[in-house]
Design a protein around this ligand. Structure first.
Ligand code: MIC
Length: 282
C-alpha cells in the first residue's frame, strides 16, 4: 500500500526549518533530529551522484529517491524541480512521477538551466519571467492543486532587488503558493519581501557560491524578526564530507576499532532512524 504523505502546508510555519536531504539515510537522520518537513536538494542529489549542480540527473532518478524517502519517513517533502528538467512536456513527466512517489510540493526556479547562476564562467542571467509564469500555469492546468508550489527567483549581482520582487509578484499571480528570493542582497531586502508577500515568503540559507553572487548570509536572528514560513537549509551535504573523511582516515590508518567503540549492535541504526520495517524481524 502506498504511504499517505501529509500535504506540505500541514503544520508548516512560521519558521519551519527545511533541511536539505538527498537519500533515505539523510532524510531519516533529519527526521530523527526533529525535522517535520524535508527539502530534496537538487545540488545535493546531483553532487552525491558525482555531478555538479547543473540538473544532470533525470526524472526517474528524482522519483526513485523521493519514493524511497517518503516510504521510509512518511514525511512531506518539497522537491527541487530546478528549471523544469527541460521543456514543459518533460516537466509534466517529472510531476507525474513525483506525484506517484508521494511528493506534493515542488520548488521551481526562473533560470533556463539549473545551477547556471552560481557556476563560474557562465553568464549570470534569468529566463524571461513569462517562461516561469508558463511553468506555473502548466502545473495548475495539468495537476490542479495537487502540487504546492514554491517559486524561486535568483538575485544576481548588480540587479535592482525591485526586479526580483516584480518577478515574484508575477509568479504569485500565476498561482505559486510561496516565493523565495535566493541570494537576496541584504536582510532589508528580505524584510521588504516579507511585507510584499505576507505569510508566503520562504528563505534559503545556503553557503555563498564561489562566484561571489551572494552578499548576505541568512542568519537565525534575522529570521526571528522576518518570520518567513520556512527556511531551507542546504549546507548539510557539504558538511557530511569532513567527518566522513576522518572516519575513512581512521580505517585506512588501521584505527578502525575506534569506529566501532561505544556503538551498540547493528539494530541500533534502524531503531535510531525509526526504519522499522517488517523485514527487520524474524
Ligand atoms: C537550493 C539549491 O538549488 C539546492 O539544490 O539545494 C542550491 C543550494 C546550494 O547550493 O546550497 C542553490 O542553488 O542555492
Amino acid at each position: 500500500m502506498p504511504v499517505k504523505i501529509p500535504r506540505f502546508s500541514d503544520g508548516l510555519g512560521p519558521m519551519t526549518i527545511l533541511p536539505a536531504v538527498w537519500d533515505v539515510l539523510s532524510a531519516a537522520t533529519a527526521r530523527s533530529a526533529g525535522a517535520t518537513h524535508l527539502f530534496l536538494s537538487g545540488a545535493a542529489v546531483n553532487n552525491v551522484h558525482g555531478y555538479p549542480d547543473r540538473g544532470l540527473l533525470d526524472t526517474e532518478d528524482f522519483a526513485r529517491i523521493v519514493r524511497q524517502i517518503t516510504t521510509a519517513t512518511e514525511l512531506p517533502i518539497m522537491v527541487d524541480a530546478e528549471a523544469g528538467f527541460g521543456g514543459l512536456p518533460k516537466f509534466g513527466r517529472l510531476l507525474d512521477e513525483l506525484s506517484s512517489a508521494g511528493c506534493n510540493a515542488i520548488m521551481i526556479e526562473d533560470q533556463d538551466e539549473a545551477g547556471a547562476t552560481k557556476t563560474v564562467g557562465l553568464e549570470q542571467r534569468l529566463c524571461d519571467p513569462q517562461v516561469m509564469v508558463d511553468r506555473i500555469a502548466f502545473i495548475r492546468r495539468h495537476f490542479g492543486d495537487q502540487f504546492q508550489i514554491l517559486a524561486r527567483t535568483d538575485y544576481l549581482l548588480h540587479m535592482d532587488f525591485e526586479e526580483s520582487l516584480q518577478r515574484l509578484a508575477a509568479y504569485d499571480e500565476a498561482g505559486a503558493d510561496w516565493v523565495v528570493p535566493v541570494f537576496a542582497p541584504s536582510k532589508e531586502s528580505l524584510q521588504e519581501a516579507a511585507v510584499r508577500f505576507p505569510g508566503r515568503l520562504m528563505v534559503l540559507a545556503a553557503s555563498p557560491p564561489v562566484n561571489g553572487a551572494m552578499k548576505y548570509v541568512t542568519r537565525w536572528e534575522d529570521m526571528q524578526e522576518i518570520q518567513p514560513v520556512a527556511v531551507q537549509v542546504t549546507g548539510e551535504y557539504r558538511n557530511v564530507v569532513p567527518p566522513l573523511q576522518e572516519a575513512y582516515q581512521q580505517a585506512l590508518d588501521g584505527r578502525w576499532t575506534t569506529l566501532f567503540e561505544n556503538r551498540p549492535d547493528p539494530v541500533w541504526f534502524d531503531e535510531m532512524l525509526g526504519l522499522n520495517r517488517p523485514l527487520m524481524e524474524g
